[in-house]
Design a binder for this molecule. Structure first.
Ligand code: FES
Length: 105
């Protein structure tokens, strides 16, 4: 299973194994990563799974689609590499992915 490293708001890193086909959000919740709330359960409606894709991974992961883009406008402190982690589906190419948790409240 691909490993994803989450950096939380305090700079602490959390490594999670996330099966291909699951969302990055699902992996974060299963791994107890603080700050990923996912209140809507992954339906792209709440923005509380907001995070920043690490600069080194941004091209590979890509940007949001139109629906995600609209929901991201609800997020706190949206930045260039903001994504909703419920909308990033794990695949083998994402082995080693690094995600920075945003301030979700
Ligand atoms: S879990 Fe609600 S938008 Fe991702």
């Amino acid at each position: 299973m691909p490993k994803v490293t989450f950096i939380d708001l305090e700079g602490k890193s959390h490594q999670c194994d996330i099966a291909n086909g699951l969302s990055v959000m699902e992996g974060a919740i299963a791994g107890g990563v603080p700050g990923i709330l996912a209140i809507c359960g992954g339906s792209c409606a709440c923005s509380t799974c907001h995070a920043y894709v690490d600069d080194a991974w941004a091209d590979k992961v890509g940007g949001p689609n139109e629906i995600e883009d609209a929901t991201l406008d609800l997020a706190n402190d949206r930045r260039t590499h903001s994504r909703l982690t419920c909308q990033i589906t794990m695949q083998p190419e994402f082995e080693g992915l690094v995600i920075h948790v945003a301030k979700n409240d």
